[in-house]
Design a protein. Sequence first.
Length: 393
Amino acid sequence: MNQNIFNKEKNIFLNTYKRIPIEIDYGDGVHIIDKNGKRYLDFFAGLAVNSLGHANPKIIQAITQQIQKFTHLSNYFITDIQVEFSELLLRYSGMNKLFLTNSGTEAIETAIKIIRKVKGSDKIIYSLSNGFHGRTYGALSITQRMNYRKYFEHFLPNISQIIFNDVDDLCKKIDENTAAVFVEFLQGEGGINFISKEFADTLSELRTKHNFIVVSDSIQCGIGRTGKPFSHNYLDFHPDIITVAKSIGGGLPLGAVLVNEGLQNCFEPGNHGTTFGGNPVSCAAGKVVLQEVFENGLMENARSLGLYLNTELEELKNLFPSVIKEIRGKGLMIGVELFENGQNYVDKLLERNILINCTNTNVLRLLPPLIISKSDVDFFLYNFHESLKEFTS
């Protein structure tokens, strides 16, 4: 490993990231290869971004063709690739109109602006405890995790929280002064926690009664990763707004805010905008992602291999009950909650040429590319099993 690049990094960048000590040379499908030729199985895919893996030939072809036409025109122009991508996204989401952004955080900021414009600034916007929605001020205002909020007060007013999956707390707080509720139907950063059917059904009933907006934050848990288009589809829930990003750009910056029919006239020219949102090259990559996920079987692959992975992890839980507390998730978005800090297992699997991520201190978060095969899953399971044996022997 070339230590020089890591020394240079300390002199160049603000100290915001704890880097993984690998100097990457290139990516190939579900693998990352370092400068020494060592291959790593990538089981968190750029934090749920690289659904089609690395160096996907269809994405390379699409972005190359688009770059040869133009890379950027500004949103004073509409382009064919923006329309083609957006039509697919609306079709598979069941929503009516959208706004394209650069990222998930920008999508959340846009959703907040829509809510404030439609419902006014005096009503309360709620989010759920232990959720994560981004790091800009609006997004951070609805993210109630102190490790992210510390040092950065004060936040937006008229924002509060509901305890995750607590129906009593939901009923106690929601009333006619509610503007909106932001929900990750499958929390990612918070530890892979799924909304209960009772909570979702009660939320739907309260929305009918009090006429507030429900936002499904699907930035990490959308676009087929869970084995369905969006995690709220498991509960037959119909949100008013969906925010998406991460995987939809195929590794390039792209996000979107999708709205239902009731909100399709929420903006008029001048209310909102973006310089790079909906970049043509990103949309070209995004069109490939949507086609591969929804039309060429990757969502089904996420569902079937996710079930297999979940079943096998439950077997490991039975073998190591003093280490593994719970297995949670849907499709290829799985959390392995441990009774101890998870970083030791991240490090051990790194030694075994596997990249995983730990979130919320003790939850091993598995977010592999949707193109993984059963042999890839078996390779992970074998090495995770061996790591468990090492730590418990």
